[in-house]
Design a binder for this molecule. Sequence first.
Ligand SMILES: [Zn+2]
Length: 361
Amino acid sequence: MVTWRLLQAFGLPFTLLAVSAVLDFGYHDAVLLEHFLKRMHVMHPTITHLYSIGRSTGDVELWVLVIGKNPWNHTIGIPEVKYVANIHGNEAVGREVVLHFIEYLLEGYGQNEELTQLIDSMRLHLLPSMNPDGFSKAYSPDCNGVNGRNNQNGKDLNRNFPDPFAPWDGFPEAETKAVMRWIKSEWFVLSVSLHGGALVASYPYDNRSPGGMQDFNYVWGQCMEVTLEVSCCKYPEGDKLKDFWDENRPALQAFLHKAHLGVKGLVLDRDGGAVVGANVLVSDRNNLLPFNTTEHGEYFRLLLPGQYNFTIMAPGFKPLTQTILLSEPRNFSATRQDFILEYNGKEKGEARCASWCERNG
Ligand SMILES: [Zn+2]
């Protein structure tokens, strides 16, 4: 970020900034990270949105940059996707890789066909650091240490979520609370959590010890989160970052396509009204909690190509069972399938309320 700081110091105009190289290969502390995200937003105002999901225990903003054709709001049919890094503060490669991925996507928009289509077909939320306080305590090089792993209160944030298989102490840290709120509010479909210290990809369930973020996403957020450990060394020297970026960039890009696996659509009543909180069940794909439609009556189910039996259930409506044949994603979209439910002999208002009230108390 030397370029950025020098240009600021000399008061050079923004037009010059816009054409200069942006992100160097080195580590960026909380101040530089915030500058970078704000600058990316200023340079790409129509396809980015910058917001904070809360503050860390040490009072640092947890910044999220959204990239998408409509970055401000959810659009029906457009999957919400997130990339989260640095939940363990000393696992620093993911943090920098996410920053470079942001720059890469934004520079590619309108230039590269695949990147443009990806950005136009999803709303991608990127949280480069979930544990900025831990990162500020960690140091490089440190391949195997634990200094900075936990948050400022000494808590491992990836063991701090409710766990469906183990008792929970019920005391989420500020960072955990912020992410839980975020997951409940955005209805993410697909997620990556970037770690370091090994080369591993793990998927739900990972309850080897209580409270992983990945299982929380899957059970309570209806979101498939994959945990990726992307470097054997947790916090390598900065001059190794270019290699890690080159090694991981294709996979991070390819993974975005998986947001378009399977099927998506709306569950509606016969008048076209959204049925909120309807169960969208797939036979042989049992979940601990059923997948429900959102406040828009919308659902997404990530599924490989094949034939599936769907059952849609909501209080006040007759259950609907339908067989659906799913192909590979086409044109950067999952298969679209809406379901129309018939009332179960009750009045319309009663049926709608039943479905909403059961879910929301
Ligand atoms: Zn980790």
